[in-house]
Write a protein that binds this ligand. Structure first.
Ligand SMILES: [Mg+2]
Length: 443
């Protein structure tokens, strides 16, 4: 009964023998990590991971973060084979956390996928799954204005850029000069919520009733405030209300409070979304998803853990019937890491943000990708170039550095800084035979 099975196995083995393995990268090693920081609407810290064979990878540390959160990981990675992506990431997972603290791990993940894609000659998306879409829909972040007419005009400009999915900031603080609009906590009264809805109505008039529109940045809302806001927005059929909950228990990030989010979601028809500052599936998104506490999640690939972890998060969301959008306010490197990743998501994917639509040189920071990067509100997923598929445009990046230095040597990060268990030595101790030794390893 095992005959056919063995035949199939033999066939597979002989098939592999025909593959050209002249470039099999068995001796590839990480040799260095360096960085620079682009001064932008939010700073873009960018890293390069170098190898002993000339190939290197690019990674984007979370926007408004600092490169040190990645560089402290350098001694944990130097000497390792960059192609062992999961093993390398496991080594540094303990140094990752929510918000900007996820930026180092995430940048390393991006750089390792860039290297692996270049070495194997495949686009990064192929390393984590299959391409489920050729274009990524981009949603437009739009800065608010207290005058609904001016705000609507800004949104009209977004529409003229070809965007098909919109988001508005809807700060309660826009109403601070309107009598009776805010309570003593700065949260909208019923009257204030009426004013907020006027902004939504003005923008709906511009973009049309069926066009996706989300809203964000409401202020310091608690659970009951969140419910009242979300219910007031129901007639306008928002795609989502983002990060409603901003206050809660001591020592708990509001976005991890799945019980509070479940209470909010169950009280309103407005879809509820959170997650731009959450790292990881376990200890991060999992409770929100398993408990169906939100309608959609919103990872930022430069905090959530890079391509591999964000793919895990997206797949788990699909399993739980929760939609996924992507936050993004960083450089095109993190942008393309997100586009590659989102290309593999299921049909629960909504859209990915771009926060640099008004920054003329954003797309000039890189070469190798199709321009304009955002074309009619979408980005083409690269499938003809390996890795992330882009290179830095050195001249443009150097024009916009936050501080002097462009991928300068980083000897100050050669030593273990934040944790160095069983590194260095020697350690005087009795070995397993009872003999005193002053040796480097415990083996
Ligand atoms: Mg947001």
């Amino acid at each position: 009964m095992f005959g056919p099975l063995f035949q199939a196995t033999e066939g597979t083995v002989s098939g592999q023998q025909t593959v050209n393995r002249n470039s099999a990268p068995s001796t590839l090693k990480i040799t260095d990590m360096r960085a620079c920081r682009v001064a932008a609407n939010y700073d873009y810290p960018i890293i390069r991971i170098y190898t002993n064979q000339g190939v290197y990878g690019l990674g984007d540390v979370r926007d408004a973060g600092v490169e040190g959160i990645a560089l402290v990981l350098k001694p944990h990675l130097v000497g390792k084979n960059p192609l062992n992506i999961e093993q390398n990431l496991r080594l540094i997972r303990m140094f990752a956390n929510h918000g900007r603290m996820g930026g180092g791990y995430s940048a390393v993940d991006m750089a390792l996928h860039d290297i692996a894609g270049k070495v194997y000659g495949v686009p990064a998306w192929r390393l984590i799954g299959s391409k489920n879409r050729d274009r990524i829909r981009i949603y437009a972040d739009t800065t608010s204005h207290p005058d609904p007419k001016v705000y609507a005009e800004r949104m009209r400009k977004r529409k003229e850029m070809g965007l098909t999915f919109f988001k508005m900031d809807l700060q309660s603080s826009m109403l601070r000069n309107r009598a009776g609009a805010l309570n003593e906590r700065g949260v909208c009264t019923a009257k204030g919520l009426g004013y907020l809805c006027e902004y939504i109505a003005a923008i709906r008039d511009v973009i049309g009733p069926g066009t996706p529109l989300a809203a964000d940045h409401f202020g310091r809302l608690n659970i009951n405030d969140s419910i009242q806001y979300a219910k007031a927005f129901e007639p306008y059929q928002l795609s989502w209300a983002e990060d409603l909950l901003q206050v809660g228990e001591r020592n708990q990030y509001p976005y991890l409070n799945w019980r509070a989010y479940k209470t909010i979601s169950e009280a309103t028809q407005t879809p509820v979304l959170t997650g731009e500052d959450i790292f990881g599936l376990e200890g991060g998104f999992k409770d929100l998803l398993d408990n169906r506490a939100v309608d959609a999640i919103h990872p930022d690939i430069a905090t959530s853990g890079g391509l591999l972890e964000t793919k895990r998060i997206a797949d788990h969301a699909e399993l739980c019937g929760v939609a996924i959008a992507m936050h993004h306010a960083g450089s095109p490197i993190g942008g393309f890491a997100g586009y590659h990743c989102a290309a593999t998501f299921g049909n629960h994917f909504l859209a990915m943000e771009n926060h640099a639509l008004d920054m003329p040189w954003w797309q000039d920071l890189v070469t190798g990708v199709r321009k304009p990067i955002i074309d009619k509100g979408h980005v083409n997923v690269p499938d003809d170039r390996p890795g992330l598929g882009l290179e830095l445009n050195d001249a443009v990046v150097k024009e916009h550095l936050r501080h002097p230095g462009y991928f300068e040597p980083t000897p100050m990060y050669d030593e273990f800084i934040v944790s160095g268990f069983h590194t260095g030595g020697p350690w005087p101790h009795y070995d397993e035979t009872g003999k005193w030794c002053n040796c480097v390893t415990y083996e």
